[in-house]
Design a protein around this ligand. Structure first.
Ligand SMILES: [Zn+2]
Length: 292
């Protein structure tokens, strides 16, 4: 599942490739991929002729500003663009974008296709089909339309993710620390890989009751989260079977993973074997000697 570094990598790719991309045509191959508005026709009519502007990432959401071509009666024949709200995407388990310069046949997992006038295509592919796309028109508030977006906690790479905040959130929780890290309402963007890697880096067991974590450990945890995320962004997101950047390439972080998907292999610090167990339904990887 793409997490913060992968989504950030996708965002950077989209920013680079889609400069002045004007959507001339949209083809929806799986109706339910469009989460809002529910009516596909309304989505197509609303989004067509829009220019994709600035991209942002919030947690695991990708958000693009749209501007729509419009003719101003006063400025005859002088086209201009007006705010057309946002195109918002959540990749979920297996969603990814493909950027295609020439027209070619879509694979069977293709869900939505956006074309410009030169038939260049931004293609949304999603094997497991949990990915979602919203068009939030001008005047509507994305945070009200998309619950998950409205309830997101702070971004781990921004300054409101600080010790004071973590102390407040973590000191009152009795859940395992890993479950707290995965809760998007507490911290935005961390999923299974980066929770396991950050806890290993910080030397904290994933099963520890959150409120038992002391101040020094919390400092280490905060720094570890930032370090692990920044390192992965720097290498273009993790390599795992279903993640591709928009040009179809993998990142190379899995080469450097310390615990994730390394069960049965030697810990790089102490040579004992990395263990794996399910925690709240998620595979959890750790070293029993290096993590307390
Ligand atoms: Zn170890």
């Amino acid at each position: 599942m793409p997490e913060l570094p992968e989504v950030e990598t996708v965002k950077r790719g989209l920013e680079k490739k889609l400069k002045n991309f004007i959507i001339r045509d949209i083809e929806i191959l799986r109706s339910s991929t469009i989460a809002f508005p529910k009516d596909n026709k309304e989505f197509i009519e609303g989004v067509t002729h829009s220019k994709i502007g600035k991209w942002q990432r919030r947690g695991k959401y990708l958000i693009a500003n749209l501007e729509k071509y419009s003719k101003d009666a006063k400025k005859k024949n002088n086209p201009y663009y007006k705010d057309n709200g946002y195109l918002i995407i959540h990749l979920r388990m297996t969603g990814y974008f493909n950027w295609l310069k020439n027209k070619n046949t879509p694979c069977k997992h293709t869900r939505v296709r956006f074309f410009d006038e030169n038939n260049r295509e931004l293609r949304f592919v999603d094997v497991r089909s949990f990915g979602q796309i919203w068009w939030v028109k001008h005047g509507l508030n994305p945070k009200e339309i998309i619950n998950g977006l409205g309830s997101l906690g702070p971004e781990p790479l921004e300054k409101d993710f600080n010790l004071k905040y973590l102390n407040k959130e973590i000191s009152k929780r009795t859940k395992p620390i890993k479950s707290v890290l995965l809760d998007q309402r507490i911290i935005a963007g961390i999923g299974n890989i980066y929770a396991d890697e950050s806890l290993y880096e910080a030397g904290i067991l994933p099963f520890r009751e959150a409120k038992t974590i002391n101040n020094d450990e919390l400092i280490r945890l905060k720094e570890s989260i930032i370090k692990v995320l920044e390192k992965s962004i720097g290498s273009g997101g993790t390599t795992f079977s279903d993640f591709r950047n928009i040009e179809g390439a993998n990142g190379d972080y899995s080469m450097q993973a310390n615990v994730y998907r390394r069960a049965g292999e030697k810990c790089k610090k102490c040579n004992n074997l990395i263990l794996r167990m399910k925690l709240s339904g998620r595979s959890t990887h750790w070293c029993n000697f290096c993590q307390k």
